[in-house]
Ligand binder design. Structure first.
Ligand SMILES: Cc1ncc(C[n+]2csc(CCOP(=O)(O)OP(=O)(O)O)c2C)c(N)n1
Ligand SMILES: [Mg+2]
Length: 585
């Protein structure tokens, strides 16, 4: 890629005689090896802001200015997914935290590590500036995000801040991973301190190595799998490791097990492998799973929901082997799983640990697998998401691509994933507006590599999160955003249609309060306004390939490029759950 990633360079700062609380906090961030801080500014952390620029010289960590807190968090989310590494976010007092909160929820549901720094105060009311410091100080600010962060703290001194940061980073990066929040009192940041209090030895506070299951439990799982007639593997949250990817293939092949993957999670198994039984989907098709006598659930997001889709109210007749540490994170506030799955064997470890142990312990099952039916090619007349996928597939054939986001109308059969970096999964929490930020975060992680980042987003998603683009253009983070623009919050049109049908009311009115037209929004112009290349609107099928070709050329040349593709409304995905096979007529 042609262009250089940008760092805003401060003028040199004369040697400092005085140090401030926030200098110590900044030094700790560097010791913790936090590479970037995505932020939108605010006076509650003006002390820390100054320390990053004038004490650290805006490097390690480097600031990334974002136009909205929601995109700051989404960028950190996308970065962690693509790099496997955590970065930081700084959010201004209560209001910045409120703006960022939906994206924090998305990151929580996606089990993504992130260090979120906040600020408040001065907590000492006698030291507050009139009005603004008062309205922007809230008691127990962490409560705003406590239910969807792993830990939060408001340290009262520099040594306490050191420890809070150490713990926040260690916990965020311990599986199951997730965001942590440290709220920095403005008075602590702006207090003059003497010499820098000695920094702790960070190497002594690393996250623990992965936990291994007991040998007997692995044996029990292996026995079940080895004697299964129709074993099935459900793959959910797994790492981006290539070695672990190959091991999952080896296990599936040794067992001749059918494999099902989830479009909400990143690429986890080659979708064109003969054992990959169905395109990755949002909801499982239970009918296919009824045949399974043994199910190996590799941190499946929702094993109980999958079993419910399979068996309905009947007892679950397959044996279930559950491999997951996720229950460590489950609490009462919300559930991103539909129930408690039965576990005939429960390996409380990460899939990357369990799979090689199982490969060694299971017996080969040479059972033949029936060949998969070739999917038939349909001809598109108008521009549809399917046509968009086909054009992209053709133009990127043989190219390394990382799909950072897919639109709701995408069907998992549209594109194959053959490498752990081919696809990064969904937004975690179903919070619309994440697509552009996730894409920019992935572009930050993959800058300088040959892998082109492509986010395919809905127009609603783009409109809510598009100002993340400016961060990409300013810092020169090449990426391609394709907008599957149906000029509607179409998912919800379908809901209005369903309700109207149920109530015997006119379906024709489903568009009201949903369509985004009259005037049509020029999305390419919104991209151009932020320094990106904006192409479109592409309205005819004949214009699609030349537009995408052009866009890919721009991105390969180092640009941020957006193509507004006007697609027909209509879904070919399984965005509605299938009724349980047991109750289906
Ligand atoms: C923050 C947020 N607001 C509203 C919703 C409800 N919602 C779910 S999908 C959707 C439509 C998204 O529109 P778009 O990205 O254009 O995709 P389309 O449905 O048109 O395929 C909405 C509004 C949500 N999930 N998150
Ligand atoms: Mg739409």
């Amino acid at each position: 890629m042609a262009t250089e990633f940008l760092r805003d360079l401060p003028v040199p700062v004369p040697e400092q005689k005085e140090l401030w609380g926030s200098d110590a906090i900044a030094a700790m961030l560097r010791a913790l090896d936090i590479p970037y801080l995505a932020l939108n500014p605010g006076a509650s952390y003006r002390g820390l802001h100054d320390s990053i620029v004038n004490y650290l010289g805006n490097e390690r960590p480097q600031m990334l200015l974002c136009l909205h807190e929601e995109s700051a968090v989404a960028i950190a989310h996308g970065y962690a997914k693509a790099s496997g590494r955590m970065m930081g976010v700084v959010l201004h007092s209560n209001v910045g935290l409120m703006h960022g909160s939906m994206a924090i929820f998305n990151a929580w549901c996606d089990r993504v590590p992130m260090l979120i720094l906040g600020a408040t105060g001065p907590w000492d009311a006698a030291r507050r500036r009139p009005w603004i410091d008062w309205i922007h100080t809230a008691s127990d600010q962490g409560a705003l995000v406590r239910d969807y962060t792993k830990w939060d703290n408001q340290p009262g001194s520099v040594p306490a801040a050191y420890e809070a940061l150490l713990r926040a980073v260690q916990m965020a990066d311990t599986a199951p991973r997730g965001p942590t929040y440290i709220n920095l009192d403005a008075a602590l940041q702006e207090a003059k301190i003497g010499p820098l209090p000695p920094l702790p030895e960070v190497s002594r506070y690393q996250p623990p190595p992965p936990v291994f299951p007991a040998k007997e439990v692995v044996e029990k799982a292996a026995q079940l799998l080895s004697s299964a007639r129709n074993p099935v593997i459900l793959v959910g949250r797994v790492s981006r490791s290539e070695a672990a990817w190959k091991e999952r293939i080896a296990l599936a092949e040794k067992l001749q097990a059918k494999v099902f993957t989830d479009i909400k999670t990143p690429a986890s198994f080659p979708t064109d492998h003969p054992l990959h039984a169905a395109p990755p989907s949002t909801f499982p098709d239970g009918a296919q799973l009824r045949e399974a006598d043994v199910i190996l659930a590799l941190d499946c997001i929702d094993t109980a929901g999958t079993l419910k889709a399979t068996w309905g109210d009947e007892p679950v007749r397959s044996k279930v082997i559950r491999v997951s540490v996720d229950a460590h994170l489950h609490r009462g506030w919300s559930a991103d799983y539909q129930g408690l799955p039965p576990s005939d064997v429960y390996l409380m470890c990460e899939p990357d640990i369990a799979v090689p142990l199982l490969i060694d312990a299971v017996r080969s099952r040479p059972a033949p697998v029936s060949p998969k039916a070739e999917s038939k090619q349909e001809k598109d007349e108008a521009v549809s998401i399917r046509a968009l996928a086909r054009a992209l597939n053709e133009l990127t054939s043989g190219m390394d691509v990382c799909i950072s986001k897919l639109p709701l109308g995408w069907n998992g059969a549209y594109r194959h994933f053959r490498h752990p970096m081919d696809y990064l999964g969904a937004d975690g929490g179903g919070g619309v507006g994440a697509g552009p930020g996730l894409t920019v975060g992935a572009a930050l992680a993959l800058k300088g590599t040959q892998r082109m980042v492509v986010g395919i987003v809905g127009d609603g998603d783009f409109l809510m999160g598009n100002t993340a683009l400016w961060t990409a253009t300013h810092y020169k983070l090449p990426c391609l955003i394709l907008i599957a623009n149906n000029r509607s919050f179409y998912n919800d049109e379908m809901h209005q249609e369903r309700v109207a049908k149920e109530r015997g009311r006119p379906v024709e009115n489903k568009w009201i309060g949903q369509r985004i037209d009259e005037p049509d929004i020029d999305l390419a112009m919104m991209a151009r306004a932020q320094g990106a290349i904006g192409i479109g609107p592409v309205k005819q099928l004949s214009e699609l390939k030349p537009a995408l070709e052009d866009a890919i050329k721009h991105v390969k040349g180092g640009a941020v490029c957006v193509v507004d593709v006007r697609v027909m409304p209509g879904y070919d995905s399984n965005m509605s759950p299938t009724p349980p096979a047991a109750t289906r007529r």
